[in-house]
Design a protein around this ligand. Sequence first.
Ligand SMILES: [Zn+2]
Length: 93
Amino acid sequence: MTLLQLQDLVARLYADRDVRRGVDGSIQSLAGGVQRLPAALDGDDLEEQARVLADIMVDLTSVAIGLEVNLEEATRLHIHGCPECGNNPCDCN
Ligand SMILES: [Zn+2]
């Protein structure tokens, strides 16, 4: 699945929910997923780890949809190297 396909899927699947909660609600849900990630990574449950990562990805996609950002186009900034230092692999830090 491409990022564009994911964005189309999330737009159809969660349209009503995302309109109800707004971008701020999607950001709060995204933050909740990121907060759950360390505990999931500490465990041995690979399905739980994948589920938390998927929830984060879907919530990030909902935020992008709410802000009318095309994630596929936005991430193209990284195709030719790090947007900060211009190198591939990145030399930052
Ligand atoms: Zn860099």
